[in-house]
Design a protein around this ligand. Structure first.
Ligand code: BTN
Length: 321
């Protein structure tokens, strides 16, 4: 289902968010639609595993669910952009990849992804209405070869946005671009680059961030965390999304002009791995050594028995004996 989030869905949840039972006829009257239309929206929401109880010809929502709202997010964006919010998409990155690339930047958000993509061909768990699945398509007047370091910069800018949302968040970054809180993964970055014929390059900046999923936190995936867990209450995803977009646009201007260099000190401050013993998997190679920060190109320095070596890609984890 790729349709945009409907105003009826938003309005229905606004009514049900008080946790009380509301009769279908009452909701239909307030929203000026038929009871059948309300029933259909409820069935759709139930299909996303949202706990809406049907009781005595009425509906009750087990725990409140605040959906993304364009007007609330737009308050944070000081730039000419196109902003689309979908109820469900296969993947926000794939949606933008398939659109013609032309300025202004295009932002795509979804409440749910059926085929959310992670790095290295992994999938990205994307339950409805809990997290942030955000992609931004940005055209750089650069050759694709000049784009190294972009994914690190997007991680840095996302971490900085979290620091603005709440000082209790002390984010760090695990090379190349996992967003960490208290030593656990809270989010990740996936960049798709498309070289264009005229020497420009279209970048799709994909950000996935676990926000309000404490009660359903992937039981099957260890070592994960969400923002809610850190501060003990649900967060306004509109604010978090707005701050991330704002931070990204400010930073993209800097990256477009000066590359990774202005961000190296931020990386040093946020580096989760520095001076820790880690394992790096890079293609077929597996190395264990001490992480020693990044090069000006964003490559990871690893101190190995044979000396210092740098790696341009791979996956890192803390070393386990
Ligand atoms: C990772 O593996 O850590 C990167 C995860 C990136 C997930 C985001 S969610 C929004 C965007 N759309 C996708 O399909 N993936 C990225």
């Amino acid at each position: 289902m790729t349709h945009e989030l409907s105003s009826t869905t938003l309005a229905l949840l606004n009514i049900l968010n008080d946790g009380q039972r509301h009769a279908g006829t009452e909701i239909a009257k307030v929203l000026g639609v038929s009871r059948m239309a309300i029933w259909k929206v409820v069935q759709r929401l139930k299909a996303y595993n949202i706990e809406i109880k049907s009781e005595h010809l009425g509906y009750r929502l087990e725990s409140p669910l605040f959906l993304l709202e364009k007007s609330k997010i737009q308050k944070y964006i000081f730039k000419d952009v196109t902003l689309d919010i979908f109820e469900s998409l296969p993947s926000t990155n794939d949606y933008l990849k398939n659109l013609p690339s032309a300025p202004p930047p295009h932002i795509c958000l979804a409440e749910h992804q059926t085929n959310g993509r992670g790095r290295l061909g992994r999938s990205w768990t994307s339950p409805f209405g809990r997290n942030i699945y955000c992609s931004i398509s940005y055209v750089f007047k650069k050759d694709i070869s000049e784009m190294a370091g972009l994914s690190l910069v997007v991680g840095i800018l996302t971490a900085k946005a979290l620091e603005i949302v709440d000082q209790q968040f002390k984010p760090s970054l695990k090379w190349p671009n996992d967003i960490y809180l208290e030593g656990k993964k809270a989010g990740g970055i996936l960049i798709d680059l498309i070289a264009e014929a005229n020497g420009t390059c279209k970048a799709i900046l994909g950000i996935g961030l676990n926000v309000n999923m404490k009660d359903i936190l992937m039981r099957d995936v260890k070592n994960w965390i969400c923002l809610e867990e850190m501060i003990g209450q649900k967060l306004d995803r509109n604010q978090v999304t707005g701050e991330i977009i704002n931070s990204l646009f400010k930073g993209m201007e800097i990256f477009a002009n000066r590359g990774l260099a202005p961000f190296l000190s931020d990386w040093k401050r946020l580096d989760f791995l520095e001076n820790k013993k880690i394992t790096l998997t890079s293609g077929q190679e597996i190395h264990s050594g001490i992480a020693k920060g990044i090069s000006p190109q964003g490559h990871l320095f690893l101190e190995l028995p044979q000396g210092l070596k740098q790696f341009s890609y791979g996956d890192t984890s803390l070393f386990k004996d």
